[in-house]
Design a protein around this ligand. Sequence first.
Ligand SMILES: [Zn+2]
Length: 311
Amino acid sequence: MDIEKLIAIDTHTHLEVSCRNPFDNYGEDYDRAADKYFRSNRRPTMQETIDFYREKRIGFVNFTVDAETQMGRRRIPNEEIAEAAQQNSDIMIAFGSIDPHKGKMGAREARKLVEEYGVKGFKFHPTVQGFEPADKMAWPLYEVINEHHLPAVFHSGHSGIGSGMRCGGGLRLQNSNPMMLEDVAIAFPDMQIVIAHPSWPWQDEALSLAMHKPNIWIDLSGWSPKYFPPQLVQYANTLLKDRILFGSDFPMITPDRWLKDFEEAGFRDDVKPLILKRNASRLLKLDGAAPAGAPRELAGPPGPARLASDA
Ligand SMILES: [Zn+2]
């Protein structure tokens, strides 16, 4: 991937339909409720997604969500995404997703995806997958990710999935409180944890955690920048400017709409390129030698003077 040729890197896009497995309609009522919540029923195929992003000259990270245990629906194969990324490496990066309930068997799959398929990170959704991030059940999976110094994206905050259904479809929002990631960040210091989305109703928890732990990043996907909480924009402009990432949550939000609203959302001109491309390039190791993680100045404890003047 030649990042100089790209206008941005979208670190958060989903594949919602498989071209390999027949559609599994189990639990389709969750889809209909999500269509209503997001006011969209667009579910493009892998090839449509690739063509769309290539035409826009936006690099993208793509994944599915394996939630077979809680949702009972057959997952989209990780290999479908990984092989597409291998064949379209100018524009696309694959992340894997493995239901943490799969324990060691899941960890074996993660290792295979990284070592044989070149998968560059993993996606988790504690609400939809039905697990608490610090549950020891997920440890074997984290160990593989940590060993390879890869990013792990965790959905955070409110979820459109289950929204408005009888008892919220039985899904627990509290699993997606970003503070639930603290023990994971301590136990796996080489795993780069990306808190996905503005974390409403826990935005301040996400900012505090990211301030405190340099292996925590935040992606801005899932919301139009028009509606970002002011403190998120403030920290993105200052203390956290090196660890904030552009993500759209395609196909629920298109990158065009996101980028248009981003221009008018109060981000500093010198910070915009970091959010759109530079930070992702460092996290995903696209610019060669630079290791993932925060730049050195942020890695140590911040001095009180810096806190007072910047925050
Ligand atoms: Zn997502």
